[in-house]
Ligand binder design. Structure first.
Ligand code: IPM
Ligand code: MN
Length: 355
């Protein structure tokens, strides 16, 4: 097969980690007789600097006309420390999610045996944890209107808005995943306080009725945050709204030992986007020390979900496992003799070509 892949490196460590994912994709293509063409698009702070907007039309058009989008990271400290900036890099990512209709973000949290002792949790608590967080991605507080400030500037507001339709489609996707796993789903909300959460409960209950033998649990988000740390193995598929999913997935990532390891797929109505869950890590930009595995595992999800090529996806996952077992990893995962970002990419490329 031939793939047209839009590559959006973005800010900070984005370009370095994307470079490694490209190496791995090309190695897989060579190994399995496919070909890939990468087309570069501007996004984020870099796009603001060059074009004045965080998501130029050209980039959006490129995403729409590609088979998949590989995304690096977004964000720059000059905006983080300037709350009055009107144009912000993150708007590029949010606009892309909205414009492509990417209503579900799939974030698998798996443990790697060789990394269990890196986890801040005790071995017996983490060992074997395997969670799939399905985060709603185009609704809730991130997009609800009205959002803004009062005229005198002394009051600010965000709105959490969800329609039945928005809830149903993401819950259905999560239930489909649950049926192919252990048939257990936890719907996380704050129904004791929020009207949107009560609509989530009502809609999710209706939707789940279509699934035979599916165990459905409801849990308040504060309790879920606690239980993720106390007993992560009690969870299988978690589905939740945008902001809760953002927070819980960062929390869940430490279970595996590093935020740098977690991949994600944003799927929906148009081209899917594959992106690590971490940010742009500006302190490490240009130093060749950032962990590329979250992005590389996102490329594995691209082969699986966008191209429907399971064997190719498995090959990448196996290579990543071997690199972790063999300590061919960056400094966040290895204190003794860590490898650079590009050395990890080279290691994985060579492994894939030889196996
Ligand atoms: C993520 C990120 C983004 C989000 C930011 C950069 C806007 O944290 O993908 O989780 O909050 O969705
Ligand atoms: Mn986040």
């Amino acid at each position: 097969m031939n793939f047209n892949i839009a590559v959006l490196p973005g800010d900070g460590i984005g370009p370095e980690i994307i470079e490694q994912a490209k190496k791995v994709v090309l190695a897989v293509c060579k190994r399995f007789n496919h070909s890939a063409v990468f087309n570069f698009g501007l996004v984020g702070a870099t796009a603001i600097d060059q074009t004045g907007t965080p998501l130029p039309d050209k980039t959006l058009e490129l995403c729409k006309s590609s088979d998949a989008v590989l995304f690096g990271a977004i964000g720059h400290p000059k905006y983080d420390n300037n709350p009055s900036a009107r144009i912000r890099p993150e708007q590029g990512l949010l606009a892309m999610r909205k414009e492509l209709g990417l209503y579900a973000n799939i974030r698998p949290v798996t443990t790697f045996p060789a990394l269990i002792d890196k986890s801040p949790l005790k071995r017996e608590i983490v060992q074997g944890a395997d969670i799939l967080i399905v985060r709603e991605l185009t609704g809730g507080l991130y997009f609800g209107k009205p959002q803004g400030r009062s005229e005198d500037g002394n009051t600010a507001y965000d709105s959490c808005v969800y329609s039945r339709h928005e809830i149903e489609r993401v819950v259905r996707l999560a239930c489909d995943y649950a049926m192919s796993r252990t048939r257990k789903i936890t719907i996380v909300d704050k129904a004791n306080v929020l009207a949107t959460s009560r609509l989530w409960r009502e809609t999710a209950t209706e939707t789940a009725k279509d699934y035979k033998d599916l165990t459905v649990d409801f849990m308040f988000v504060d309790n879920a945050a606690m239980q993720l740390i106390q007993n992560p193995k009690r969870f299988d598929v978690i589905v939740t709204e945008n902001m809760f999913g953002d927070i819980l997935s960062d929390e869940a990532s430490v279970i595996t030992g590093s935020l740098g390891l977690l991949p994600s797929a944003s799927v929906g109505l148009s081209t899917s986007v594959f992106e690590p869950i971490h940010g742009s890590y500006p302190q490490a930009a240009g130093k060749n020390i950032a962990n590329p595995l979250g992005t590389i595992l996102s490329a594995a999800m691209m082969f699986d979900l966008a191209f429907k090529l399971k064997e190719e996806a498995e090959m990448i996952k196996r290579a990543v496992e071997k690199s972790i077992d063999g300590n061919a990893v960056t400094e966040d995962l290895s204190r003794i003799d860590p490898k650079s970002t590009s050395e990890v990419g080279d290691w994985l490329r060579d492994f894939i070509l030889k196996n």
